[in-house]
Design a binder for this molecule. Structure first.
Ligand code: ARG
Length: 249
């Protein structure tokens, strides 16, 4: 009798544990890698959307998590490390204002694009720089590994690479360089925050770029789920609203 009761108790507790474990697995985490040095897409904030992280991408990541029934968590790292971390399986996806390029698409798969951007020039008011060609005899700061760096390399002009956008802006503010080439929305943020800087556009020199989420090559299961979520957010206006909210119009 006693043994039977004991067995029943053991079975009951095993079942309880199994149920708890089952619960845990439905609230599984999806790990997004980013580089939180890229306002308005990702930056550190006192009260962020996910922990200390905030921005358009972070809000998108959170919504994707909700849509696919997993908790979105953020792993912040250097921009240059993101694709390697993805390939290693350290993160499940990259959301980092990342431009789709042929080179990157060789090592990872990209989602449906969710944002259109372009490179622009930031310079000081009165610098006389009005086009990309004007950078030929100037000194330009770019961020290492960003598409802005690729652009200046392709143009063949003199440049220096820095780890962060804010470092490039400091160089410019302190007149250590003549210009910064960086993504449009991020440039707008920097110009709004630093007096005396202006944006110069050159749509002939700098083409359109599309931001998308990257997953491991061949991870179609996750890619399909992400695409479904992004397509919903594009069609119901969620992403446009996030743009308005974080770009401060
Ligand atoms: N769009 C550019 C690129 O893909 C810059 C992205 C930088 N993103 C970031 N989270 N730091 O190269």
């Amino acid at each position: 009798m006693k043994t039977k009761k004991l067995i029943a108790t053991v079975i009951a507790s095993v079942l309880a544990i199994a149920t708890l474990a089952g619960c845990g697995s439905t609230s599984k985490e999806i790990k997004f890698g980013t580089n939180a040095e890229f306002p308005p897409f990702e930056f550190i904030a006192a009260n962020g959307t996910i922990g200390e992280y905030d921005g358009i991408d972070i809000a998108i990541a959170k919504k994707i998590g909700e849509d696919i029934g997993q908790t979105a968590v953020i792993e912040n790292m250097e921009f240059d490390s993101l694709l390697v971390a993805l390939q290693n399986g350290q993160i499940d996806a990259v959301i980092a204002g990342m431009t789709v390029t042929e080179e990157r698409a060789e090592s990872v798969d990209f989602s449906t694009p969710y944002y259109q951007a372009t490179q622009v020039i930031i310079t000081k008011e009165g610098s006389g720089i009005t086009s990309a060609a004007d950078l030929a005899d100037k000194f330009t700061a770019v961020v290492q590994g960003y598409t802005g760096e690729t652009c200046i390399i392709e143009l063949g002009y003199k440049y220096e690479s820095f780890k962060k956008g804010t470092e490039c802006i400091m160089e410019l503010v302190n007149s250590k360089c003549d210009a910064v080439v960086i993504d449009s929305a991020t440039a707008a943020k920097y110009v709004a925050d630093n007096e005396g800087l202006v944006i110069v556009e050159d749509s002939e020199a700098f083409g359109n770029e599309e931001y998308a989420i990257a997953v491991q090559k061949g991870n179609t299961e996750l890619l399909n789920k992400i695409n479904k979520s992004i397509e919903k957010m594009l069609s119901d206006g969620t992403i446009a609203d996030l743009g308005d909210k974080y770009c401060g119009q």
